[in-house]
Design a protein around this ligand. Structure first.
Ligand code: HEC
Length: 112
C-alpha cells in the first residue's frame, strides 16, 4: 500500500514535475513495453499473465498517488514499493524522460 511506503505526508513533498512529458510518445512506449501485462488501456486483464495485474485506471486510487511513486515503481520495479516483483524494473531500459512520457500517458487514461 503506497501510504505505508511514503514516510512523509504527500502534501509536504515536492512531487515530480511531469509537465514536459509527451503522452503521445508515452503511449507508444506503453503499448510496446507495458501492454503485455497491463493491457492496452491500462485496465489489466492481459490474457496470458498470472497473477492478476491490477488496473492502472482505478478511480480514487491512481489520481491520488504522486508522480514520484509512479516513477519509482516503473524505474525500480514492483518490489521497490512493496508490490509484486513480477513488475519489472525499467530504469535500465528506459530513460528518465521516457518514464516521464509514460507517466503523462498514464495520467491521460480515462478512470473507471
Ligand atoms: C511482466 C508483467 C509486467 C510488465 C511488462 C509491466 N508491469 Fe507494471 N506491474 C506488474 C505487476 C504484477 C504489478 C503489481 C500489481 C499489483 O500488485 O497490483 C505492476 C504494477 C505497476 C504499477 C503500480 C500499480 C499500483 O497499483 O500501484 C505501475 C505504475 C506499473 N506497473 C507500470 C508499468 C509500466 C509503465 C510498464 C511498462 C514500462 C509496466 N508496468 C510493465 C506487471 C508488469
Amino acid at each position: 500500500m503506497f501510504l505505508g511506503f511514503l514516510s512523509l505526508p504527500a502534501a509536504a513533498q515536492e512531487d515530480l514535475d511531469i509537465s514536459s512529458g509527451d503522452s503521445t510518445h508515452g503511449e507508444k512506449l506503453f503499448l510496446q513495453y507495458c501492454r503485455g501485462c497491463h493491457g492496452k488501456d491500462g485496465r489489466g486483464g492481459a490474457q496470458t499473465f498470472m497473477p492478476h495485474v491490477d488496473t492502472l485506471t482505478k478511480k480514487g486510487y491512481i489520481e491520488l498517488v504522486p508522480n514520484d511513486y509512479l516513477f519509482l515503481v516503473i524505474s525500480d520495479g514492483g518490489r521497490a514499493v512493496g508490490k509484486s516483483a513480477y513488475m519489472p524494473a525499467w530504469g535500465e531500459k528506459l530513460s528518465d524522460e521516457e518514464i516521464v512520457d509514460i507517466i503523462s500517458h498514464i495520467r491521460s487514461l480515462p478512470l473507471y
